[in-house]
Design a protein around this ligand. Structure first.
Ligand SMILES: C[S@@+](CC[C@H](N)C(=O)[O-])C[C@H]1O[C@@H](n2cnc3c(N)ncnc32)[C@H](O)[C@@H]1O
Length: 429
């Protein structure tokens, strides 16, 4: 079949319409004339496979990555950076219109100057192939493993250390059962590296631990023991093996510590830009609450603008980090509570007048408890940091009853991929 691609899909596919049903074609770009065939037919949509691009878009580029046609990591590697930004702006606009009936202004996306080599962390599955341990990614839409020798979006320090760790393990000798290694997690800040080796139940020989610690840049080494088959990368047991427990990063004048289970944005430079923007939206006031605060970066960033800030987060280690981070940075007006964001916010709002609320939820967006708590509160301003335009727009629709959207600012934190970060400011109507 031949057709012209009409628009972008949310996962970076091109869409054509066949009998009014959208057909999602991976690797196709709007305006291109393509030939394709249908590989899956569903009730409301189809999946098509690209056969040939008959007429190319000016936004097409030859993928700079040799794994682009197999790896599920970067769905926009075949699109010039300018086109990637256009795609993100279009998807955000469409989501806000479709789910929240918002057709107002959206600021141009804040571009990521370093759109390759920007990732400060990676979680890579490991496999033994022909006797050698290799790291990789999963194939598009499947659990098939693709061995990856070099990843272009990881920081160069991550790539350098990743190769050395695999070399150390592969050269260790036959006493080490390599099939027990499951994933390799690496975090890098300011050329300092934290490693978490995820494995089945096993005791790493001290000689192996020493050899890994000798790799330049490694400041923290952990093992996570995973025995279940859940999708979580880490297992229930975390063992600190050597060196520091935390890795430290510096953003502006803040020093922040991070344990393995604590979240931090994976693009440090763009995260700082976003925090500065969020801070610019916070008016000086009595009480600022940040729900879903991770290690407290944004709360601490904004602390000097307000009398008191309270952060809420449900990962124990992240709360521990957030409290320590406030201490290390001599910030006395910030406190952190461990628990479910919606429940804790409900309790806080019973006895306190909250001026501004920052929410930065996971991809699933705000849950019912959070939405109901916000709607029944007297919170004046809400700053919503979202990594998913669809859930953002559905939440805006729910908040519309009492809040109106006054500013929408997308950021590109995840270049080469379809993911979009957006900061929205709401005022109480
Ligand atoms: C997108 S991250 C944002 C972290 C932080 N704002 C930052 O910029 O680094 C979302 C955070 O919410 C936490 N989280 C997810 N669901 C939660 C819930 N129901 N209650 C509290 N925290 C939650 C996660 O552990 C994670 O740290």
């Amino acid at each position: 079949m031949k057709s012209v691609i009409k628009k972008w899909g949310i996962n970076g596919e091109g869409i054509v319409f066949r009998n009014k049903k959208p057909v999602f074609i991976v690797g196709a770009i709007p305006t291109e004339r393509v030939s394709y065939h249908i590989v899956q037919e569903h009730k409301t949509y189809c999946i098509g496979e690209l056969e040939k691009v008959e007429q190319e878009s000016s936004l097409r580029r030859y993928p700079v990555c040799q794994y682009a046609d197999r790896c599920s990591g970067c769905s926009l590697m075949h699109v010039k950076y300018k086109g990637q930004c256009k795609m993100k702006e279009q998807i955000l606009k469409e989501s806000l219109k479709k789910y929240a009936q918002y057709d107002g202004p959206i600021e141009p996306i804040r571009k990521n100057i370093n759109n390759l080599g920007y990732r400060n962390s990676c979680k890579l599955p490991l496999r033994v192939i022909q006797g050698k341990l290799v790291s990789g990614m999963y194939k598009k839409n499947s659990n098939d493993f693709v061995a990856i020798d070099h990843c272009l979006i990881h920081s160069k320090y991550i790539e350098h250390v990743r190769k050395q760790i695999l070399e150390v393990i592969n050269n260790y000798g036959s006493a080490l059962d390599k099939t027990l290694f499951k994933s390799l997690v690496i975090k890098e800040f300011n050329e300092k590296i934290q490693i978490i080796l995820v494995s089945g139940p096993m005791d790493f020989p001290q000689k192996l631990i020493d050899q890994i610690c000798n790799i330049e840049g490694i400041v923290s080494l952990w093992q996570s023991i995973k025995t279940d088959r859940s999708v979580d990368v880490f297992g229930s047991e975390m063992k600190h093996l050597a060196l520091e427990m935390n890795i430290t990063l510096n953003i502006e004048d803040l020093q922040l510590s991070l344990l393995p289970r604590s979240f931090f944005q994976l693009n440090t430079t763009q995260a700082v830009e976003m925090y500065k923007y969020v801070s610019s939206l916070v008016d000086s006031c009595n009480l600022l609450v940040e729900a879903y605060c991770g290690i407290g970066a944004m709360s601490l960033f904004c602390a000097k603008k307000v009398k008191q800030v309270i952060g809420i987060e449900y990962i124990d280690d992240a709360v521990k980090n957030a409290k320590e981070n406030a201490k290390i940075n001599h910030i006395k007006n910030a406190s952190f509570i461990c628990g479910d964001a919606g429940q804790v916010l409900r309790n806080i709002s019973k006895d306190h007048e909250i001026d501004t609320l920052i929410v930065d939820p996971p991809r699933t967006g705000l849950d019912r408890v959070m939405i109901d708590t916000i709607l029944s509160s007297n919170i004046k301003n809400i700053i919503y940091v979202s990594c998913n335009p669809s859930t953002l727009a559905k939440n805006i629709d729910a908040l519309n009853k009492r809040y109106h959207l006054v500013q929408v600012q997308p950021f590109d934190l995840f270049s080469q991929t379809q993911h979009i970060e957006t900061v929205c400011l709401f005022k109480r109507s």
